[in-house]
Design a protein around this ligand. Structure first.
Ligand code: UT7
Length: 338
């Protein structure tokens, strides 16, 4: 989809991770694993984990408050709040409504969006269309997760991979020619079984048996998701660039979903990008699902890796299975970290 009409971009960003850190060495005491295996196979060294009483909306609110300050936008100016999450506080109300209340964003509509780890890219794509259509002026998009609440801490295949966190951006009209220039979103529901939480929904409601069978935890066929990710990351970025009238030569900074360093390296290779143009922080946070792209984006901004006029490409994949990419021409005046 190429972007016509008013230019829409990110005018502020904020992130939050909980204080508590779980290292690979901590995990060695919990399951049959090793720091060596985790680093070699995933690139992850540590992850941040919430305390038991903390829920996804708490992280979302902290990130949102920072994004609003960064954007110089007050909560009552928001027209819409979208929260991308796979770990909502509860079935309903939505996390977005909980956030709307906590922020006192009294003029904002609010809804959650379920696209797994691709949720943030889906959220930015969706939110931007409300502004392009002229319906709304300011949209808050949040990717927030507490994967630690649904990970089976006895399963070494999955528990070493995930972490908690949140990232939020404020979308608004920006200077003509800047902001989001191209989007590609996709899904292949036939692969849904590869990454899911089997029970607790209307198909298999919660019972004593489902709890005993550990069916409320995340279950994943890691190898299948890996193969899927390797294929779609490069393809999605190329399509989004094509929609923006560009190709891989144009990329100044790639912000990939942070799931596994090997997946990121493979995407970079397919896009013929040197790793110094690719933001990597999976080592510090693990896979934070819908929060991973905004966490990486903010770090790239803080480190000065994104400059005025740079072409920034967000690209992700996740449960669904889904994928998505977004090409942004960065405008420094409207994207200053405070
Ligand atoms: O955001 C989307 C969410 N998901 C993902 O991005 C996951 C994508 N997949 C992956 O990142 C990789 O497939 C994994 C990291 C999950 C697994 O890496 P792999 O190199 O594909 O390993 P594998 O599954 O082929 O397992 C190799 C071996 C197995 O042992 P055997 O059967 O060869 O004896 C596993 O049991 O490694 C074993 N293993 C572990 N060993 C130590 C699996 N997990 C661990 C572990 N520590 N934590």
């Amino acid at each position: 989809m190429s972007e016509q009409g008013v230019s829409v971009g990110i005018i502020g960003i904020g992130t939050y991770v909980p204080d508590r850190i779980l290292t690979n060495h901590d995990l060695e005491n919990m399951v049959d694993t090793s720091d060596n295996w985790i680093v070699e196979r995933t690139g992850i060294k540590k992850r941040h984990i919430v305390e038991p009483e903390v829920a996804t909306s708490d992280l979302a609110v902290y990130a949102a408050q920072k994004a609003l300050v960064n954007a110089h936008v007050s909560a009552d100016e928001l027209d819409l709040i979208i929260v991308a999450t796979a770990t909502p506080d509860m079935f309903f109300p939505s996390v977005a409504c909980l956030v709307q209340d906590r922020l006192q964003a009294v003029n904002a509509a609010a809804f959650d969006l379920a696209a797994g780890c691709t949720g943030f890219v889906y959220g930015v794509a969706t939110g931007s269309q409300f502004i392009k259509s002229g319906l709304y002026k300011k949209v808050l998009v949040i990717g927030a997760e507490t994967l630690s609440k649904i990970v089976d801490w006895t399963d070494r295949n999955t528990c070493v991979l995930f972490g908690d966190g949140a990232g939020a951006v404020v979308l608004s009209e920006v200077r003509s020619g800047y902001g989001i220039l191209g989007i590609d979103l996709g899904a292949d529901g036939s692969g849904g079984d590869h990454l899911k939480v089997p029970a607790g929904g209307s198909r298999i409601p919660a019972t004593e048996q489902t709890v005993a069978g550990r069916l409320h935890y995340l279950s994943m066929n890691g190898n299948e998701v890996f193969k899927f990710a390797i294929k779609v990351m490069g393809e999605a970025a190329v399509k989004a660039l094509d929609n923006a009238g560009m190709d891989y030569h144009s990329i100044d900074c790639l912000i990939p979903h942070q799931a596994n360093i090997r997946i990121i390296q493979s995407a970079a290779k397919r896009l013929k990008l040197p790793m110094d143009k690719v933001m990597v922080n999976v080592d510090k946070y693990g896979n934070t699902s819908a929060a991973s792209i905004p966490l990486a984006l903010e770090e790239a901004l803080e480190k000065g890796r994104i400059q005025h006029n740079d072409i920034v490409v967000l690209v992700g994949f996740g449960a669904g299975l889904t994928w998505g990419s977004c090409v942004i021409k960065w405008c420094k005046e409207e994207n200053t970290i405070v």
